[in-house]
Write a protein that binds this ligand. Structure first.
Ligand code: GDP
Ligand code: MN
Length: 381
């Protein structure tokens, strides 16, 4: 589970880690009010579960309360990498002298915690990792031993951080490690860790992921779980008891079994199609379920064609065929539907579709190619 920057900073503060402080606002007026209380220049930061907000225009300075109101107005409601900004964090601006990067992350291969430090903090740590990986110092921490003093020294000297700040950075790393373990985090990134012109060492940003499986013992964090984005079709699917995830494309996908649906998405993408959704109808597939699934998929106005991919095991393809025919005969469907059956009674299933508008396909690849053809008018690949 991802938590917001302002929430991560609350966790850090609980463990004695220094962070910039501020308040959350939901309207430009609230931004202005907080700016008036704080006095001086403020920084207004979008609180959405994406990285790189700064570069995408989601972090801005306001020198006066009126300016804060203006940038608050720009950021609130904006689309940040596909997510709508509903709240911002308003903090007193700091005087940045140096920006460092600190990262902790759970490493499943070694079953240890990787701690990473770099003097090249700020916005482009991914680029540093790609072009000059030697500028990132790393140690692996055995969770039964904890972060050792010698490892902290290795990190600080390895990353060539300013030696005048060994003591406060050591304190910071210890606190961050305790926060990481204590809150069952799988990731904690402080980018930037700032050394201010006044000489303070302070977290200016905080990105944290919490292990979903540990939420039962994190009663303070569990309520922070939010749905990633509001999508009306997903809401509707949920009320109909369907496992549906909205995607950005225009080819509707329906299948039985999560793995099969994932593979179908890949197959359609490989043929140049853009899937509009993930929809797993599970076992069975009675007419009622098929009708619900089709109705939900067709709610996306962009939809150009639909692929129904059924693997018959205990579920018999001829029964599914009957369900599809029953459902489609009572619906006014304007886009072509490709159906692929595989497994138990697939031939019988296909025979039932003969003479209807439904387009049969023998293999997954053929189905993917056909749905792209009929959807886009011609093969894209
Ligand atoms: P991210 O882009 O999502 O990682 O958001 P950050 O919180 O890291 O903000 C992006 C950049 O904004 C930082 O790297 C800083 O350079 C800058 N920034 C953030 N807070 C402050 C602040 O209080 N004062 C100043 N001057 N710059 C800030
Ligand atoms: Mn950052």
């Amino acid at each position: 589970m991802k938590i917001h920057e302002f929430q991560g900073k609350l966790v850090l503060q609980k463990y004695g880690v220094a962070t910039t402080k501020g308040q959350v606002a939901y309207t430009p007026d609230q931004v202005k009010e907080i700016a008036e209380q704080l006095g001086g220049t403020v920084v207004v930061k979008a609180q959405v579960h994406v990285g790189g907000r700064g570069k995408a225009g989601g972090v801005k300075l306001g020198k006066t309360p009126v300016e804060a109101f203006e940038v608050g107005k720009q950021i609130l409601g904006m689309d940040l990498k596909g997510l709508k900004v509903k709240k911002v964090l308003v903090e007193g601006a700091i005087n940045i002298d140096k920006e460092y990067y600190l990262g902790m992350l759970f490493d499943r291969d070694t079953r240890q915690i990787i701690v990473m430090v770099s003097a090249e903090g700020g916005m482009d740590i991914e680029e540093v990792n790609e072009k000059t990986p030697e500028k990132i110092a790393r140690v692996w921490v055995d969770p039964t031993m904890g972060l050792q003093d010698y490892q902290i020294r290795d990190l600080i000297f390895g990353a060539k951080l300013d030696k005048n700040y060994v003591k406060p950075i050591t304190k910071f790393l210890r606190g961050l490690y305790n926060a990481f373990v204590g809150s069952d985090a799988t990731l904690a990134e402080i980018n930037p860790l700032v050394i201010t012109k006044e000489g303070d060492v302070i977290a200016a940003d905080c990105k944290m992921d919490i292990d979903d499986n540990a939420l039962f013992r994190q009663p303070e964090l569990a309520p922070w779980q939010e749905s990633e984005e509001d999508n009306a079709i997903e809401d509707e699917a949920r009320t109909r008891g369907l496992t549906y995830v909205h995607l950005s494309g225009d080819i509707g996908i329906i299948g039985n079994g999560a793995g099969l649906v994932m593979t179908t998405l890949d197959a359609v993408s490989r043929e140049g199609g853009q899937p509009s959704n993930f929809l797993d109808i599970g076992g069975g597939a009675k007419a009622e379920v098929v009708r619900n699934a089709l109705e939900v998929v067709l709610m996306e106005p962009k939809i150009k064609a639909v692929l129904i991919n059924i693997f018959g095991g205990i579920t018999r393809c001829d029964e599914v065929a009957k369900g599809i025919l029953e459902a489609t005969s009572t619906m006014d469907i304007k886009v072509p539907i490709v159906v692929r059956f595989s497994g138990t009674r697939e031939a019988e299933g296909r025979k039932l579709l003969e003479g209807t508008k439904l387009i049969p396909a023998a293999s997954m690849q053929e189905a993917a190619r056909k749905v792209v053809e009929v959807g886009y008018g011609a093969a894209v690949r």
